[in-house]
Every structure is written in structure tokens, then in C-alpha cells.
Write a protein that binds this ligand. Structure first.
Ligand code: NAD
Length: 333
């Protein structure tokens, strides 16, 4: 297997690449070659690849998924694509949605087109999100649930998700789609709630909690997500969608309490801020399909996973401090 990982210098992509190149016995043999295609936006960082960056079977290509020539050339040399490259932060999509539509929708279409035209069959795994279902007042969405995205981010992800499935139906491309819940773990850019709160607390700063903190999310350790990706690659079926959950639903207020405890801080460190416009109240996916068909189950209990994540940020200040400083510098990334 020769795998092209788009967005492989981001949070989830870099974890996937590290795990593909350091397979442990239970995950089976690694691929013959892994290529990362990443534009190194503010969220991409080659350092995220760790020791895998120097692996003999890794190639790094600094390029854009919107570049059809680059993508076509790469497709000729790969039989598998795991497509993670995206603009991924909802708040940024509210500020300015253009890059989201460009990268997430048009970038995905550029890759799909190249995959269809490749000189050999390509398996295309598209990484989507639970946010495409929109807010779920009660129960959990199966894969057949209609999509009702609310933010420019989730709408652009829904567009790319449907495009991917359309390339299966129209062109017979072996497309598989995963829709996962909120990931957490090491190397997550410190703008998302878990690393933002941890790094603020480690710097003695307050944490901003949206509205009344009642919004509910399911939490999935990035290692569990990457194991699910590998299961879908190995045994998933073409044209199928697989929800991936972590089995830990928490309101943002409950999550804040867990992070405060893990960082030995208290509620005085919380600042209540105006709610995000269009903020979905709850996401919840029914992940019984991947459990029953592919034997997936999350292995990381949330409290242990969170404690290990806090420890990682505590001991990797050199990784995140420059990112936080750049965020605060006018004109910084
Ligand atoms: P991330 O923001 O950490 O990483 C995205 C990566 O894509 C970065 O390395 C960036 O440089 C790269 N990229 C952006 N635009 C590009 C372009 N035009 N061409 C090439 N590379 C480009 O994101 P993440 O959290 O690792 O998420 C990865 C994928 O998983 C995304 O598709 C996201 O929608 C999806 N997802 C993430 C979560 C989560 O909780 N993080 C949950 C559900 C789904």
C-alpha cells in the first residue's frame, strides 16, 4: 500500500502518519510508502511528525490540494488516499468562510478528480465530521441521517463529504467516508477548546467558556480515531460511511470542570464569553456500524486520556509557546 495523507502535518494527520510508520503488532504491517501533502497553513507544522519525519518510507511534499498538477502527479504514485487536509476551526469560518469553501470543497474535488483519472484503482478515504449532521437534540445520528450543517465550516465539510460519495456513485471510485466526533490529544493546535484551555491555564490565564457551557460534544482520543481510520482502510466497504465516536459525551461546562481539575485550577479561572453564533447545541453519532462491522471500540478512557494530554502540554511548552505567541502578535499566524 502506498498512502498519500493530505493534511499530514496537522493534528490528526500527523498522528496517523506516526502510527502508520511505527506500527505495533496489533495494527498489522505498515504501508510500503507514506507521502504527506500539506500546505503548512498556520495549523500545519512539520515538527508534528516527530521522529517519523526522518523515516525512510516517508516523503513530505509542501503543496496545496488545490494544485491540480501537483495532486495529479502524486496520485500516479499512490493507491490509497487518506484525505484530512482542511480548514478546521469553526470560529475562523465564522470570521471568514472563503478559505473553507476553497480548501474543503474545491480542494476535495481536485483530489477526487485526480483519483478518478489515476492510471490504477485508488482507495479514497475522506475524513468528514459529526458536525455535518447539525445539532442533534436527542438520540444519536446513524450514517443514513440527513445532513444539516450550521456553520460555514460544517457546510463546507458536508459539501466535500457529499462530493466524495458522488464520485463513488458517478465514477465508481472506491470512496469511504468517516464522520468522527471531537478529537483530543497531543499536538492539537492551541485554538481548539481542549488545548486552548490547557495552555491558558498553564500560563496562568483564564479560559473563555461560550454562553452557559451547556453545549454537548462527544470526545474521541486521536489514537482511537486513527485506529478507526486504519480499520476502515483495511476492511471498510466502498461507498460506505462510518461514524466514529469516543463514547464520552460531555457538556462544555463538564469538560471545563475536568480540564480545571486536571490542571489543578478552579472556576475562578473561567471567563464566560458571548456564545458563538449558530452554535450547535449537541452532536451525537451512532457508531454501532463500525463497531459491529469492523470491531471498532475506543480504548482510551476520557479522564486518563485527558490527564496524559495535560501532561504532554506541560512537558512540550517549546512546541506550543511559539504558536500561542504568534497568535497574539498582530499579523501573526
Ligand atoms: P488541523 O487544522 O490540525 O490540520 C489541517 C492540516 O491541513 C494542516 O496541516 C494544514 O496545513 C493542512 N491544510 C490546510 N489547507 C490545506 C491545503 N489547501 N492543502 C494542503 N494542506 C492543507 O486539522 P485536524 O484537527 O487534524 O483535522 C483533520 C481533519 O479531520 C479535517 O478534515 C477535519 O475537518 C476533520 N475532523 C477533525 C476533528 C477534530 O476534532 N479535530 C473532528 C472531526 C473531523
Amino acid at each position: 500500500m502506498r498512502v498519500l495523507v493530505t493534511g499530514g502535518a496537522g493534528f490528526i494527520g500527523s498522528h496517523l502518519v506516526r502510527s502508520l510508520l511505527s506500527p505495533n503488532a496489533s495494527d498489522g504491517p505498515g504501508p510500503d510508502a507514506v507521502t504527506v501533502l500539506d500546505a503548512l497553513t498556520y495549523a500545519g507544522n512539520r515538527a508534528n511528525l516527530g521522529s517519523a519525519a526522518h523515516h525512510a518510507r516517508l516523503r513530505f511534499v509542501h503543496g496545496d490540494i488545490l494544485d491540480a498538477e501537483c495532486v495529479t502527479a502524486l496520485m500516479a504514485d499512490h493507491d490509497t488516499v487518506v484525505h484530512l487536509a482542511a480548514e478546521s476551526h469553526v470560529d475562523r469560518s465564522i470570521g471568514s468562510g472563503r478559505a473553507f469553501t476553497a480548501t474543503n470543497a474545491l480542494g476535495t474535488q481536485t483530489l477526487l478528480e485526480a483519483a478518478v483519472r489515476a492510471p490504477h484503482p485508488v482507495t479514497f478515504l475522506h475524513i468528514s465530521t459529526d458536525e455535518v449532521y447539525g445539532s442533534v437534540p436527542a438520540g444519536s445520528c446513524p450514517e443514513s441521517h440527513p445532513l444539516a450543517p450550521a456553520s460555514p465550516y460544517s457546510a463546507s465539510k458536508a459539501g466535500s463529504d457529499l462530493l466524495a460519495l458522488a464520485y463513488h456513485r458517478t465514477h465508481g471510485l472506491d470512496v469511504r467516508v468517516t464522520r468522527c466526533s471531537n478529537n483530543y490529544g497531543p499536538y492539537q493546535f492551541p485554538e481548539k477548546i481542549v488545548p486552548l484551555f490547557i495552555t491558558n491555564l498553564l500560563r496562568g490565564r483564564p479560559v473563555p467558556l461560550y454562553g452557559d457551557g451547556a453545549h454537548i460534544r462527544d470526545w474521541l482520543h486521536v489514537a482511537d480515531h486513527c485506529r478507526a481510520i486504519r480499520l476502515v482502510l483495511e476492511d471498510g466497504r466502498p461507498g460506505e460511511v462510518y461514524n466514529v465516536g469516543g463514547g464520552q459525551e460531555l457538556s462544555n461546562r463538564q469538560l471545563t470542570g475536568r480540564i480545571l481539575a486536571a490542571c489543578r485550577a478552579d472556576w475562578d479561572d473561567v471567563e464566560y464569553v458571548a456564545d458563538r453564533p449558530g452554535h450547535d447545541a449537541r452532536y451525537s453519532v451512532d457508531w454501532s456500524k463500525i463497531r459491529d462491522e469492523l470491531g471498532y471500540a475506543p480504548r482510551h478512557a476520557f479522564d486518563e486520556g485527558l490527564a496524559a494530554t495535560v501532561d504532554w502540554y506541560r512537558t512540550h511548552r517549546a512546541w506550543w509557546e511559539p504558536l500561542v505567541e504568534a497568535r497574539q502578535t498582530p499579523g501573526g499566524r
